[in-house]
Design a binder for this molecule. Structure first.
Ligand SMILES: NC(=O)c1ccc[n+]([C@@H]2O[C@H](COP(=O)([O-])OP(=O)(O)OC[C@H]3O[C@@H](n4cnc5c(N)ncnc54)[C@H](OP(=O)(O)O)[C@@H]3O)[C@@H](O)[C@H]2O)c1
Length: 308
């Protein structure tokens, strides 16, 4: 089959493209970065260099393909995340229609349908094609973004330790934490991008008549349990995941100079996870869990942690 993979050599798209190539498919990988060309060729795929903001480029790349994996990279520079996601989803829909693509697997998220302004799944409704919407939980790879927090280094790290773990933790050198407006004892479905890639690879070969939705997860646990597993792997078994209020989270994002509307959206997304609805929906759909557990992921995480 001729398959188009968007998302370059990202968390999901790299193992996805590798799996598809390994199974003998003709795979094209879309990247916006000409420097990725050689790396894409190295895994046995064809590079298509261009942006998902360019409908003509997408249409030309999709022409003649049997199936497309369509993902929208998150942008932390777009001031209005909902508007950006909608524009990109509409670009995909226009290109898929023009290219007469018969099968598309769309990347969404397990909380996407709960936040109206960010839900772009319905942009694919009018296509005369077989569509599957993927709704994965929270990626293990998100922990890379918290590396500095976990290290607890520097003035900010020490201040946060003092504020949330107390003077004793600071004096004993037990610095470092995870935080967000979901956390603590909230139960979350975490997922390995490799397990998502396997699920997408499976879906791309199917042709359901009606639009289908597939939830994907690898392991469910509380945030504090996740913190303990991550902490133990990096020599900080005391690591906790502090639950912030929505207001505290918003303040933190503002201090980090995240644009106001985007910050509100991020807080809303995390608040949905804290509220437990995504977990309820996940359980209702009862998908089979993937095989990569958090403890497996921490092996690669620990290497990166000690190299940084
Ligand atoms: N993180 C989570 O917990 C979570 C949970 C649920 C759903 N999701 C969804 O999962 C997706 C993220 O997947 P991922 O982690 O595999 O992605 P990723 O690792 O962030 O990779 C995305 C790649 O897309 C490429 N890209 C960026 N802008 C582009 C553009 N304008 N045109 C073409 N390519 C562009 C970039 O590579 P180049 O520089 O090579 O172009 C980037 O590395 C998002 O849709 C997100 O909403 C995430």
């Amino acid at each position: 089959m001729k398959i188009i993979v968007t998302g370059s050599l990202g968390n999901i798209s790299k193992p996805l493209a590798e799996t598809l190539v390994g199974r003998g498919h003709d795979v094209t990988v879309i990247s916006s970065d000409p420097k990725k060309q050689a790396a894409i060729e190295t895994i046995g795929a064809k590079p298509a260099i261009g942006s998902i903001a360019d409908v003509d480029f997408l249409t030309d790349t999709f022409k003649g393909a049997d199936a497309v994996y369509a993902m929208i990279p998150l942008s932390f520079t777009e001031p209005d995340l909902g508007d950006y996601l909608r524009r990109m989803a509409q670009n995909y829909a226009k290109a898929l229609k023009a290219a007469k693509t018969k099968r598309t697997v769309v990347m969404s998220g397990w909380a996407a349908d709960l936040i109206k302004s960010e839900n772009v799944e319905n942009e694919f409704d009018d296509l005369d094609a077989s569509i599957t919407i993927m709704r994965p939980g929270s990626f293990y790879t998100n922990f890379y973004q918290s590396m500095d927090l976990i290290k607890g280094n520097g003035l900010i790290g020490k201040f946060l330790t003092l504020r949330y773990s107390g003077l004793w933790a600071l004096l004993t050198g037990k610095t470092g934490l995870l935080m967000g407006n979901y956390g603590g004892e909230d139960r979350i479905v975490f997922v390995s991008p490799k397990d998502i890639a396997d699920a997408v690879a499976e879906e791309l070969l199917l042709q359901p008549e009606k639009t289908t939705i597939r939830y994907v997860g690898s392991e469910e646990m509380t945030c504090n349990e996740a913190a303990r597993i991550i902490g133990t792997a990096v020599g900080k078994p005391w690591l906790k995941w502090i639950l912030l209020s929505d207001k505290e989270m918003l303040q933190g994002l503002k201090m980090a100079k995240v644009p106001e509307k985007l910050a509100k959206t991020l807080v809303e997304m995390q608040a949905a996870m804290h509220g437990g609805k995504p977990l309820e929906n996940f359980h209702r759909n009862n998908p089979k869990m993937g095989k990569v557990k958090l403890a497996d992921f921490t092996k690669e995480f620990a290497v990166a942690y000690h190299q940084k």
